[in-house]
Write a protein that binds this ligand. Structure first.
Ligand code: HEM
Ligand code: HEM
Length: 192
């Protein structure tokens, strides 16, 4: 399978990054909800749930930054559909390119300004330094709100994105979903 995109479809770098980011992003949302709303606040499990959330969140920051660079330098495959649909897809894709980066940065700010000053043990291997920001209750509350609402706002955009992918596949019967699937050779004029 080819590495690079062309006007007809995605290469393996874009496809690999897309699904890796999608899986980690959805897992991060679930872990975020569980650790803040379901697990008891003081349990050791909660401490480790936070540490895994921070570790995978920072990994996602790296992957999403790599993807952004890749999208900026790579050919963008042509989006199928009416002018309005192409415009809407462009807006949604741009949001989803940037959102994971902003959410992860906001999370990093939360832990950096928290007066508790709990270190981040990335994958239990090394300590990630805090950002050079002044700790304080107000700053922590504000950063938490930004982190939380960016995350939940992005979930709504992802829901629209998934619904659009399913509509393309089942209703409009084009190859939009299939060309984002691994191990599929794309060639011109392979619409169903
Ligand atoms: C794109 C990656 C990330 C996503 C999607 C995400 C998502 C979430 C979600 C959904 C919550 C629960 C919010 C709530 O209901 O209160 C949460 C909480 C939290 N996240 Fe993240 N997060 C990400 C990255 C990070 C990173 C990189 C860090 C730190 C290095 C971090 C630190 C935290 C902390 C400390 C909380 C608890 C905030 C509170 O006290 O409510 N997150 N995150
Ligand atoms: C089950 C979940 C998902 C499905 C079925 C899905 C499906 C797709 C499809 C079919 C495309 C190609 C659209 C086109 O060529 O016009 C695409 C592109 C894209 N998706 Fe998803 N997606 C999912 C989850 C996500 C998530 C969670 C994110 C980000 C947090 C995301 C971000 C993107 C971006 C940025 C693009 C633009 C192309 C690129 O990767 O550079 N997707 N998605």
């Amino acid at each position: 399978m080819r590495l690079r995109n062309d006007r007809e479809g995605y290469g393996s770098v874009s496809i690999g990054l897309h699904w890796l980011i999608a899986v980690v992003f959805i897992s991060q949302i679930m872990l975020g909800v569980v650790m803040t709303r379901i697990l008891p606040e003081t349990a050791a499990t909660t401490f480790w749930a936070y540490q895994w959330h921070k570790s995978f969140g920072l990994l996602l920051l790296l992957l999403a930054a790599l993807r952004l660079i890749w999208v900026l330098v790579e050919t963008r495959p042509v989006t199928k559909g009416s002018r309005g649909l192409v415009l809407a897809a462009g807006v949604v894709h741009r949001c989803l390119l940037v959102a994971p980066i902003l959410i992860a940065l906001a999370g990093w700010v939360v832990v950096s300004v928290s007066p508790l000053g709990i270190p981040t043990f990335a994958f239990n291997l090394f300590v990630v330094p805090h950002l050079p920001l002044a700790p304080g209750d107000v700053a922590e509350t504000r950063a938490t709100m930004v982190h939380r609402w960016l995350a939940y706002g992005t979930v709504s955009v992802v829901a629209i994105h998934i619904a659009a992918a399913l509509l393309h596949h089942f209703r409009w019967r084009d190859d939009t979903l299939l060309r984002m699937m691994p191990k599929r050779r794309q060639s011109a004029g392979n619409d169903r």
